[in-house]
Design a protein around this ligand. Sequence first.
Ligand code: HEM
Length: 191
Amino acid sequence: MTELLRHPIVMNKLQNEIREILMDKHDINDKDLEKMQYLKAVVKETLRYHAPTPIYNREAREDAKVMGYDVAAGTMILINAWAIGRDSTYWDEPEIFKPERFLNSSLDITGLDFELLPFGSGRRRCPAITFAMANVEIVLANLLQNFDWELPHGIKPEDLDTLELHGTTIHKRNPLFAAPTLCYFKCISSC
Ligand code: HEM
């Protein structure tokens, strides 16, 4: 929601997609979500830019050589998903929130594309990827279908902060305040 409020064009585009697909329907199901390609792109871009689990680890089971580095058995390896998601070797304009990069792209978050690892990779990757994605998508689709959102007290999108509190998982340092206006279906064509 913070990135959507910072990028009103993205918010508008996403809201249009959701409202066009759902019309006045309120029980969103997996078939509806499947059609919402821009919603999926927005969620992937958010996971790239704000990896919720920024660092996770592995232990080398045996001596290995990785990209010229000797890694001794028992070495703890920290995988920095946050840095991977912002690496300009792999991402065009990594510091820009741009969901369009995921449209017509096969890049996915399942752990097979090593430039995007918000859920980890391999045997110990997050077992709840489908559950987590469906929850984020359903909540976001509901919030944007039913409400228009504005920043309160004259705050401008460019003044909204994205400071994070670091830990095992990332949290916003300052809570987001946003003002919703209920949008009835009747107003949708003019919204
Ligand atoms: C957006 C939401 C979530 C993100 C970004 C996320 C991310 C991650 C990551 C990065 C790992 C470590 C993967 C690795 O070491 O390769 C992990 C592990 C795990 N996650 Fe999630 N997760 C999310 C939601 C959930 C939810 C909702 C559940 C449970 C209902 C869950 C359960 C687990 C469990 C049990 C593990 C440990 C797996 C193991 O060690 O074998 N996650 N998650």
